[in-house]
Design a protein around this ligand. Structure first.
Ligand code: GAR
Length: 221
């Protein structure tokens, strides 16, 4: 059997992106091993999904730490003990400090529900509607201390339709997000995507713009 790529997932909420990874792992279409699912909310559905799948979980309560830095340090120390090669932020709704991120440069990614650099932060669907955008989407990027600002890996796009609300947009985007995250992880596990400084490469060639997930599931430059 080929070796599976060990990764940890951090999640704060519903965990549908985590579920997409679990499903792909189970189906044998993604050669990953989710070694830990950790979060900042004991009640998060993401943690229940992990338990159901037999994946170790960890929930830390930020309120029990003296400050943000202490929480971040403890979280990342514990995550590192599971020896993941990559950390995936899948709906992890906290900003992390530069010191804990530094040792993970190039080994931590985030999925965000907008076509970055548009709409960093919250309420991305509503903001896309209010701006009158014709197209919406989701981005996967390497994480730096700058909120939703690290080097871009890949995006998926979809049209905004007449009558769309922020709920319908979020709902329609979600399956695209799942496909995007799975596709990016397949490439990272195969060592096809990497970060060099601030440059992202595919098969050794530096990208001048984010990869685009096509309808057929191919990540195209
Ligand atoms: C996803 O839409 C993801 O892009 C977003 O949270 C949702 C998590 O859904 N992430 C962010 O907004 C991070 N800035 P899930 O819990 O069902 O995977």
């Amino acid at each position: 059997m080929t070796e599976r790529f060990p990764l940890a997932v951090l999640a704060s909420g519903r965990g549908s992106n985590l579920q997409a990874l679990i499903d792909a792992q189970r189906a044998g279409t993604l050669p990953i091993d989710i070694v830990l699912v950790a979060g900042d909310k004991q009640q998060a559905l993401a943690l229940r999904r992990a338990e159901e799948a037999g994946i170790p979980t960890l929930a830390l309560d930020p309120k029990t730490y003296p400050d943000r830095a202490a929480f971040d340090t403890d979280l990342f120390t514990r995550v590192a003990a599971y020896r993941p090669r990559l950390i995936v932020l899948a709906g992890f709704m906290r900003i992390l400090n530069a010191a804990v991120l530094a040792p993970w440069a190039g080994r931590i990614i985030n999925i965000h529900p907008s076509l970055l650099p548009k709409y960093r932060g919250l309420h991305t669907h509503r903001r896309a509607l209010e701006a009158g955008d014709a197209v919406h989407g989701s981005s996967v990027h390497y994480v730096t201390a700058e909120l939703d600002g690290g080097p871009m890996i890949a995006q998926v796009q979809m049209p905004i339709l007449p009558g769309d609300t922020d709920e319908t947009l979020a709902e329609r985007l979600l399956p695209h997000e799942h496909r995007l995250l799975v596709a990016v992880l397949a490439h990272i596990a195969a060592a096809r995507i990497a970060l060099h400084g601030t440059d992202v490469s595919l098969d050794g060639r530096v990208l001048s713009s984010p990869l685009r997930l096509r309808e057929d599931g191919v990540l195209a430059a």
